[in-house]
Design a protein around this ligand. Structure first.
Ligand code: HEM
Length: 455
């Protein structure tokens, strides 16, 4: 008997008439995708009005979508339509550019900036940003909000390292504008009705204002640097000096803006929220924090930790990895398909969206024992992984995160520097409410008290 492949019907998540699952997706996509995985398994079909959407929660299927068959599973934005989601913010920048050939040119140009050795040479700038945060903490007796603090320090690091610039005077404005922009883009993706952005709805006006703020910060940066191109050898110089291989022309202001806004937002939001979740988990597990501190003491003693210590701070690295497993800052990686497409033993309908559910994969019971338990020892280097993509906080395949080494380097440096110098009392409890705005963040922040350990 012949077996028909790809014919098993995809289980459907029940929704409401007409809108389908749209209200649940608008409210909390991470939760509905977790519910669908729990109730129906690795491949689940949802509906946002007339658009089918598939939640994919198995590492082998993620491998198909993101690595092996990435020509069939396309980025969300389209060249023939105005941007709808994250493309509204990043334009044709590296994250959102759907055009393979121009993306490849961009990626090849930008990649060298993110090589480990190049990043290591920026270690001093990273350490300065961290120390400046800690000095501010020394002066303050007020409780802190750790998500906010982590946003500030990672923003400081990305602008110092990639743009050789200090935008601390605009940091508050910039953080608020990125948050508004990401909330808006995230809501629009899940919205069944998309009114043109020129309609003066309050949410549209707020979004336009946020984009004006971000653009003005970025354009000021570009204007300041144009007269001194080549003086810093940073990413901004590299972009200002780039020439088209055929025409010899430099990048337009719009292209520069798209790359810089992309690196600015992608380069600080995700790392900051991952660190915020790490602090929350450390608050629930003081014994883990103590073990981390012992390691830092052993490796750095009383001197200030540096990025060169990263290789020896193995437990600190494991703590950050385990926090990213439980709370991946990019919990959903979206793609779209144009044609009917087989995946596993299912046939997915053409013109639909595919959501690789990183959060579900990271808690998949077939790949993780006691998946909801915080246990940094899982990441001991000697332990083998059940599937290469069972842990995939930075995505996979050609479009995998370009900043993964930077993120690991700065996160370990920040964690080590803080625990060395401060007692940290995190005032959150499990379960902590989350919020999804492209990235996964703690909804109400991480209220924290810190006390200097220095005599
Ligand atoms: C913990 C921190 C981070 C996480 C969890 C994270 C996660 C991700 C993920 C999942 C993707 C793949 C998106 C997709 O396939 O559609 C991605 C892409 C990207 N990330 Fe990160 N990221 C982090 C830090 C950074 C940093 C520090 C930078 C620095 C600039 C950065 C820049 C980018 C860029 C430019 C891309 C697009 C790459 C491409 O399409 O060629 N990320 N990131």
């Amino acid at each position: 008997m012949t077996t028909l492949m790809h014919t098993r019907a995809v289980p459907r998540m029940p929704g409401i008439p007409v809108l389908g699952n749209a209200p649940s997706f608008r409210k909390d996509p991470v939760q509905i995708l977790a519910d669908g995985f729990r109730d129906h398994g690795n491949v689940v079909r949802y509906q946002i009005a007339s658009i089918p959407l598939y939640g994919i929660s198995h590492p082998e299927l993620a491998q198909q979508v993101l690595v092996e068959r990435n020509k069939e599973f396309l980025k969300m934005e389209r060249l023939d339509r105005p941007p709808q989601g994250l493309g509204l913010v990043g334009g044709m920048g590296l994250v959102t550019n759907p055009d393979h050939s121009s993306w490849l040119t961009q990626r090849r140009m930008i990649q060298p900036m993110f090589h480990r050795a190049r990043l290591a040479s920026m270690g001093q700038k990273m350490a300065e940003a961290v120390q400046s945060m800690l000095e501010r903490w020394e002066q303050s007796t007020e409780p802190l909000e750790m998500d906010h603090e982590m946003l500030n320090v990672t923003m400081d690091i990305i602008t110092r390292t990639m743009f050789s610039s200090d935008i601390s005077s605009s940091a508050g404005k910039a953080a608020h504008a990125s948050s508004v922009a990401l909330h808006f883009a995230s809501g629009r993706i899940a919205s069944p009705i998309k009114l043109p952005l020129k309609f003066p709805l309050p949410s549209h006006l707020e979004f336009h204002q946020a984009m004006r703020t971000l653009d003005s910060i970025i354009f000021q940066l570009i204007e300041e640097r144009k007269p001194q191109v080549g003086a810093y050898g940073d990413l901004l110089d590299m972009l200002l000096e780039a020439r088209d291989a055929d025409t010899g022309e430099g990048m337009t202001d719009k292209q520069l803006r798209d790359e810089l806004v992309t690196i600015f937002i992608a380069g600080h939001e995700t790392t900051a929220h991952s660190l915020a979740w790490t602090w929350h988990l450390l608050g629930q597990h003081p014994e883990v924090l103590e073990r981390m501190r012992t390691e830092v003491q052993k490796v750095a003693g009383n001197r200030i930790p540096t990025v060169a210590d990263q290789g020896q701070l193995t437990y600190t690295t494991q703590v950050f990895q385990e926090a990213m497993r439980l709370y991946p800052a990019a919990p959903i990686i979206p793609r779209r398909i144009e044609q009917d497409t087989p995946l596993g033993d299912h046939m997915l309908q053409g013109n639909s969206r595919i959501l690789v559910c990183v959060r579900n994969i990271h808690r998949h019971p077939d790949f993780w024992e006691h998946p909801d338990r915080f246990d940094p020892d899982r990441f001991e280097p000697s332990r083998s992984r059940t599937h290469r993509l069972a842990f995939m906080p930075f995505g996979a395949g050609a479009r995998m995160c370009i900043g993964n080494n930077l993120a690991m380097m700065e996160a370990v440096l920040i964690l080590a520097s803080v625990v060395q110098r401060f007692d940290v009392q995190v005032l959150t409890r499990e379960p902590l409410a989350h919020e999804f705005a492209i990235t996964l963040r703690p909804r109400d922040g991480i209220p924290t008290r810190v006390h200097s350990r220095q005599p």
